[in-house]
Design a protein around this ligand. Structure first.
Ligand code: 3PG
Length: 210
């Protein structure tokens, strides 16, 4: 199962690219840094084509879709070959489609009501977003409290980086963290691939669990 594979890495780069060519170069840099994983966000028009090209070029990478806000985007991500998808919020129509297709999907939550709605829709991996702004590790621990028996897992994103990722990964319910710090937009735009190789390597090292 793909989320179990992502747990082994502990960290997922959240990326936005302008063109599939740029996305392929970025994937190459991430893999070279030892992190053959990416959430390619539908924040740019290039997302679908990038996923389609990248899954062909890098069949061993774990590539998913991010910022999936509509059933149409979900369908396009699945068709392009994404192996998982996430969203910042929890839109029932999208979650229902993913669950019906047995497609790994993590909707965003940051309140008890969000958690209960997502659980009721049938998903067990929840994106805790926006992690730091909403209350960070203390809020996540408080959310886990009443729901610990449900078998939920979380992938926090939003304000996470080298300084705080270990505090999230210390929670057994946290499968992996995500963030844009590994592939910053300005580095991607500048084609500074060596910087991204280094950031990916640092992230893998920082995310290693004992
Ligand atoms: C996401 O979509 O997961 C967030 O935008 C990532 O947040 P960050 O930019 O603070 O890492």
């Amino acid at each position: 199962m793909v989320f179990a594979q992502l747990r082994r890495y502990g960290v997922v780069p959240v990326v936005a690219v302008d063109t599939p060519e740029q996305g392929l170069r970025l994937c190459e840099a991430l893999a070279e840094g030892g992190l053959p994983v990416a959430e390619i966000t539908f924040r740019t028009a290039a997302a679908e084509a990038t996923i389609r090209a990248a899954v062909t070029r890098f069949p061993d990478m774990i590539l998913g879709a991010g910022t999936v806000l509509t059933a149409d985007q979900l369908a396009r991500a699945m068709d392009a070959g994404a192996r998982f998808a996430v969203a910042p919020g929890c839109t029932p129509t999208v979650v229902e489609r993913a669950v019906a297709a047995s497609f790994p999907f993590a909707p965003g939550v940051c309140t008890p009501s969000d958690v209960e709605r997502a659980f009721g829709l049938g998903v067990r991996m929840l994106k805790f977003f926006p992690a730091e702004a909403a209350g960070g590790v203390p809020l996540l621990k408080a959310l886990i409290g009443p729901y610990g028996h449900l078998g939920l897992e979380f992938c926090p994103t939003g304000g996470i980086g080298p300084a705080n990722l270990a505090s999230y990964l210390a929670l057994p319910q946290v499968a992996f963290v995500g963030g844009t710090w590994i592939a910053p937009r300005e580095r991607v735009s500048a084609g500074d691939w060596q910087a991204i190789v280094a950031l990916a390597g640092d992230a893998v090292a920082a995310a290693r669990r004992p």
